[in-house]
Ligand binder design. Structure first.
Ligand SMILES: C[S@@+](CC[C@H](N)C(=O)[O-])C[C@H]1O[C@@H](n2cnc3c(N)ncnc32)[C@H](O)[C@@H]1O
Length: 261
């Protein structure tokens, strides 16, 4: 048992450093990863009774898969595997990351719909929340510049495993000349007054400093989400949500105005 625990701990620690693997922490991350086709190499739970309950109430579609995939382990071993951040639903899994899209994915994907470009995001919880809303709203991809790994386990927690529902990769290049690039910036034109393109790259700036001049200088349109006087900006993931759902509602042809409009 001791050796088994040591081996598991070593395996999860290796996976955290392996850029071909994804560490899924929590029931929701595993649930979504399985629903969207992840190849899960192994999964463990520190509480098999809780896992059965969660599967029964939240994912009856995956009940049999989870029962055969997830190995129960001692609670102490499980805690040691969580790298100091408790996993309340007591499940950890290791899956294969899909390979980064080849060629010029920004150009290839942005012809089908909105692709979100996050410039140098610093907060992995934000990155995860952006991926979650991108998956929900039907965006065609999420890409990041800068040092953060968008597949970091903390980002996977934030997305609840929805990395498997939309292409997510680290940008090797900025949008090519001639592509539709929309910059999101509190100093732009009001989103309610512009004809927002349904396809293209939508660029959002880093949490503290906003968009760089280099990136906003390439944009064909700069758009702002209106805010009450005195509020300087929205949270990064919140602003992505507003833009993607504005596009989504316009695509669906739903009324844009309030009651009585
Ligand atoms: C936390 S904000 C950055 C704040 C930064 N001080 C600034 O003024 O841009 C992160 C990113 O979210 C987007 N954002 C936040 N609030 C926005 C708004 N009201 N309109 C348009 N974009 C917004 C922008 O892309 C921004 O770069």
């Amino acid at each position: 048992m001791r050796d088994f625990g040591r081996d598991l701990l070593a395996a999860v620690n290796r996976a955290r450093r392996d850029s071909s693997l994804a560490v899924l922490e929590g029931f929701h991350a595993l649930k979504h990863a399985l629903r969207f086709g992840a190849q899960v190499h192994w999964a463990v739970t520190g509480d098999p009774v809780l896992l059965r309950e969660l599967a029964g109430t939240l994912a009856p579609d995956l009940g049999e898969t989870l029962a055969s995939l997830v190995t129960p382990v001692d609670g102490e071993i499980f805690r040691a595997m969580t790298a100091g951040a408790p996993v309340h639903t007591k499940v950890i899994a290791v899956a294969r990351r899909p390979p980064a899209p080849e060629g010029d994915p920004l150009a290839a994907l942005a012809v089908h719909g909105p692709v979100v470009l996050l410039e140098d995001p610093r907060h992995l919880g934000n990155v995860g929340a952006v991926i979650r809303v991108a998956a929900a709203a039907g965006a065609c991809g999420v890409t990041t510049t800068g040092a953060s790994d968008p597949w970091d386990p903390a980002a996977l927690r934030g997305s609840a495993g929805l990395h498997y529902a939309v292409p997510v990769w680290r940008a090797a290049a900025l949008p090519s000349a001639g592509s539709t690039l929309v910059a999101l910036d509190p100093a732009g034109r009001d989103i309610g007054t512009v004809d927002l393109p349904a396809h293209g790259v939508f660029a959002f700036g880093t949490e503290r400093a906003g968009l760089s001049d280099g990136l906003s200088g390439r944009a064909s349109l700069t758009v702002r989400i209106p805010m009450r006087a005195g509020v300087s900006s929205l949270n990064l993931a919140t602003s992505v949500a507003v833009v993607l759902y504005t596009l989504h509602l316009r695509r669906a042809g739903l009324p844009q105005g309030g009651p009585g409009s």
